[in-house]
Design a protein around this ligand. Structure first.
Ligand code: NAD
Length: 294
């Protein structure tokens, strides 16, 4: 197995890196958080002092960072990946970021003689821990073919979305749909409460009727019907409302008429402003429930 440099060891990156270690890859890791690096060193990884130092050691670099500015810093900064990675290195950015940044960093990587793909994920922390993520990949056919085996070790589906940035485009479209469907699902439960319909009955019926969707049957925002959903743990994340707001904001920058996407971004903005940022995104039901009738 080849050595992989893994940069960004947060909620997602930590379990993804652990999966690669378990699969037998040698890992060099870097994160701003010393405890995160220490936890991976404990598990068998080698530490690096900068993104450049990590990239120098490896044939493949994987990054899992919060947003576009961190991706720019890690790739383009003075101690960044592009300054040090040997020509021919495969670089895979799994962060969710804006399409323009993904394309700009990919072009800079190509100028440095590297092969880059954007490969954002769906499946959350549970999917990362279970190695059952879905990867949506933007890049050349050759880049996709090279990245696929490593991504397949961390996921259940690896889909080539198109050229550089297409993975990010797919992720942003998917998460706008998810944000809208979660708010719709929450509104249906709040309406049921006001109408005197038991939540488990709404679940049983809608799950077998035309209201069925992932937000209802895989991630139900009320406790009970789906034991694994964050509603059963007082909305501990999971996928935070702040991250959902980030993705909905990216969608608003896409130049398409998306009135429901705009409404979802505004509602998540209010939820985050009211202190819900670290709550799971399904916790927005608590804000809707508090509101009086229109
Ligand atoms: P996180 O904030 O938990 O982790 C980010 C990590 O990056 C942290 O450990 C942080 O210290 C590190 N970091 C930040 N700046 C850095 C820098 N300059 N150099 C090195 N390390 C740096 O975030 P997360 O939940 O792991 O999410 C990561 C990405 O995955 C985000 O883009 C998010 O939108 C996406 N995503 C998250 C989920 C989820 O459920 N959490 C699901 C799908 C996609």
């Amino acid at each position: 197995m080849t050595r992989v440099a893994f940069i960004g060891l947060g909620h997602m990156g930590m379990p993804m890196a652990r999966t690669l270690l378990k699969a037998g890859h040698a890992l060099t890791v870097y994160d701003l958080s010393a405890p995160a690096v220490a936890a991976l060193v404990e598990a068998g990884a080698a530490p690096a002092a900068s993104p450049a130092a990590a990239a120098r050691t490896a044939a493949t670099v994987v990054t899992m960072l919060p947003a576009g500015p961190q991706v720019r810093a890690v790739y383009l900064g003075p101690e960044g990946v592009l300054a040090a990675a040997p020509p021919g290195t495969l670089v895979i950015d799994c962060s969710t970021i804006d399409v323009a940044t993904a394309r700009a960093v990919s072009a800079a990587a190509a100028d440095a003689g590297l092969e880059m793909v954007d490969a954002p994920v769906s499946g959350g922390v549970a999917g990362a821990a279970a190695a059952s993520l879905t990867f949506m990949v933007g890049g050349s056919d050759g880049g996709f073919a090279r990245a696929r085996p490593l991504l397949a070790a961390m996921g259940k589906a690896v889909i080539h979305a198109g050229a550089a940035g297409a993975g990010q485009a797919a992720k942003i479209c998917n998460n706008m749909l998810l944000g809208i469907s979660m708010i719709g699902t929450c509104e249906a439960f709040v309406l049921a409460e006001r109408l005197g319909l038991a939540p488990d009955k709404l679940f049983e019926i809608a799950a077998q009727a035309s209201g069925q969707c992932w937000s209802l049957t895989a991630y139900c925002p009320v406790p009970g019907p789906v034991p694994a959903s964050p509603a059963n743990r007082d909305y501990a994340p999971g996928f935070t409302a702040a991250m959902m707001l980030k993705d909905l904001t990216l969608a608003q920058g896409g130049g398409a008429p998306t009135p429901l996407g705009a409404a979802a971004a505004a509602l998540y903005g209010q939820f985050v402003e009211g202190g819900g940022g670290d709550t799971d995104f399904s916790g927005i039901i608590t804000m809707l429930r508090r509101r009086g009738a229109p």
